[in-house]
Design a protein around this ligand. Structure first.
Ligand code: 5GP
Ligand code: MG
Ligand code: MG
Length: 183
């Protein structure tokens, strides 16, 4: 692998790992949505890298739109407040919707989003999340249909995931050194 960024403690998913995960998810979605022309909703900003790869791994017709919500701000802890920063441009009534998310932690962000989208009467709403964070004794508020992988309970960056808007461009996923956000 190419040089690892100095702020990364350890790489947990290499580019090759990521490629295999996304290919597999694209295959699952292609099988399930044959003839359904699903609308993939990328939850900005974190999911845009994953969504771009996922779309290219889907072999049936599909469309994409974007929604921006803010739940973490610049910090590393969930604020519990979800704010819609950008809404969809597409009408979803009667459409099959797949929400593409970067990482599922508490699931509160997605739970809020799903309720909001359900009110617009889509034909279906399912979630494809690249990663689920494994937290001992905690169950996420939602149950995603498509899960890429499970990651440990640490603050991770790369492949679209940021800390203070940095590191989204790393092509791998890694644990951020704690001294970067401490003090
Ligand atoms: P939830 O509402 O599921 O607790 O939070 C999900 C959102 O928090 C994710 O979409 C992501 O934006 C952010 N998040 C959760 N865990 C991490 C993490 O380990 N690293 C980064 N960069 N963002 C995270
Ligand atoms: Mg996100
Ligand atoms: Mg973030």
């Amino acid at each position: 692998m190419a040089d690892v960024h100095e702020d990364i403690e350890s790489v947990i998913l290499s580019e090759e790992d990521i490629e295999a995960i996304v290919k597999r998810m694209g295959g699952e979605i292609s099988r399930d949505y044959d003839g359904k022309n699903p609308l993939i909703i990328a939850v900005l900003r974190g999911a845009f890298v994953f969504t771009a790869d996922l779309m290219r791994a889907i072999t049936v017709p599909c469309a994409v739109d974007f929604m921006a919500v803010s739940s973490y701000g610049d910090g590393i802890k969930s604020s519990g407040v979800v704010r819609i920063v950008k809404d969809l441009d597409t009408k979803i009534e009667g459409r099959h919707v797949i929400i593409a998310e970067d990482i599922l932690d508490s699931g509160l962000t997605l739970s809020y989003l799903i309720d909001l989208l359900q009110a617009r009467k889509p034909a279906s709403v399912h979630v494809a999340t690249f990663a689920v964070k494994d937290i001992k004794g905690k169950v996420p508020a939602i149950d995603p249909r498509y899960v890429g992988t499970h990651v440990p309970d640490a603050f991770i960056v790369g492949y679209g995931l940021d800390y203070a808007e940095r590191y989204r461009n790393l092509p791998y996923v890694g644990v951020l050194k704690s001294e970067v956000y401490a003090g």
